[in-house]
Design a protein. Structure first.
Length: 254
């Protein structure tokens, strides 16, 4: 349980960003997101500066551009929604290449797209430089409810186990000539999902009994020192601090 669990979003490295304690990075990203959300949508210069700040962090963490761009695919639903809003918005309209677009919809779409993109990139940088297990331990250091942290830890630890179980069940079905093609096969898939749930529940019971037999009393032992020094907190504050300076500077020029 104490072994590291490298997620596909995590990119191992030995950079100043990687070495920061996870609680410092969590607070820094949360504060950066608050500054971005608080920025008026008309302040284009501020958003450009936020993007440059994230580029600087990515360079400091030695993360390739392709690595970040591939993982930004998760933002696609927000992009599609932002592109649709100008077509369905109300109020004043403008014509662009013969297409009527809502002015309010354009502003709303830009607002969603800009802030969502910055938030997603900041989250990608956090995940790419912090092991998932350490991120959860950092959340615990920030006084998040221990029970929620433990549930998330076990979910992370056994996600691959459950997915592997799903793959074995699929192979077993296909080895018997079953291939889901239409709605008539839904009952078979539903029974497989039910069997997977039962197996997962039974596995959870066995794991819990094994933990109790080893002295589990409701809290996991801390096997790694995640204390942060004042210098590390200061380094982490550079991200939201630079964003706040950009916001105030743009405000002064507005």
């Amino acid at each position: 349980m104490g072994a590291g669990h490298h997620h596909q979003l995590y990119r191992p490295g030995d950079t100043p960003v990687h070495r920061l304690p996870p609680q410092c990075k969590l607070v820094a990203v949360a504060c950066f997101a608050l500054v971005v959300v608080a920025t008026p949508r008309e302040w284009f210069a501020a958003f450009a500066l936020y993007a440059l700040i994230l580029v600087a962090v990515a360079l400091a963490a030695r993360l390739p551009l392709a690595f970040v761009l591939r993982r930004m695919v998760i933002e696609l639903p927000f992009v599609l929604f932002a592109l649709v809003i100008p077509f369905i918005g109300f109020g004043e309209r403008v014509s662009f290449m013969g297409v009527s677009l809502s002015v309010a919809g354009l502003w709303a779409g830009w607002n969603i797209l800009a802030k969502a993109t910055l938030g997603v990139v900041a989250s990608i940088l956090l995940a790419a430089t912090t092991e998932p297990r350490l991120m959860l331990l950092g959340a615990q250091r920030l006084r998040l409810p221990p029970l929620l942290v433990q549930i998330a830890t076990f979910m992370l630890r056994y996600m691959d186990v459950i997915l592997d179980e799903m793959r074995r069940m699929r192979v077993a079905r296909e080895s018997r000539g079953f291939v889901a093609k239409d709605v008539r096969h839904i009952p078979v898939i539903a029974r497989s999902a039910g069997a997977l749930f039962i197996r997962s529940y039974e596995r959870g019971e066995r794991v819990h009994l094994a933990m109790l037999s080893r002295g589990y009393t409701g809290s996991m032992p801390i096997i790694q020192d995640l204390s942060a020094s004042s210098r590390q907190w200061l380094v982490a504050s550079v991200l939201p601090g630079a964003a706040l300076v950009a916001l105030l500077g743009t405000w002064g020029l507005a």
